[in-house]
Design a protein around this ligand. Structure first.
Ligand code: ZN
Length: 100
């Protein structure tokens, strides 16, 4: 049993990938787009799979509840931004020397 204080919530993610195990469709959702499913910043990630369903499967008369959830955390994105910044900083002197 996970401790409530340690559980990751929607507030910590930048986007959620929802992949349907039945039909293979997947798409990325922004947390704001998930509000229509009753998902808020306080919703634990563990509770997501129970709330999200595959619309395509629903349209075919299937339950559509077999979804796998993947979350991109805010920390990871900040790390990626920092890496991108490092790369561009490294490229600046090269540009200068090429022009000189
Ligand atoms: Zn599906």
């Amino acid at each position: 049993m996970a401790l409530p204080g340690k559980e990751a919530t929607i507030a910590e993610v930048v986007s959620i990938a929802v992949e349907c195990i039945d039909c293979g469709r997947n798409r990325w959702w922004k947390p704001a787009e998930l509000k229509r499913f009753g998902v808020t910043a306080q919703t634990p990630l563990a509770a997501l799979s129970g709330r999200l369903v595959c619309k395509a499967c629903r349209a075919d008369g299937l339950p559509g509840g077999a979804v796998s959830i993947q979350a991109a955390f805010i920390d990871e994105q900040q790390q990626r931004r920092a890496e991108a910044r490092m790369l561009s900083e490294r490229e600046v002197p090269l540009e200068r020397s090429r022009r000189a």
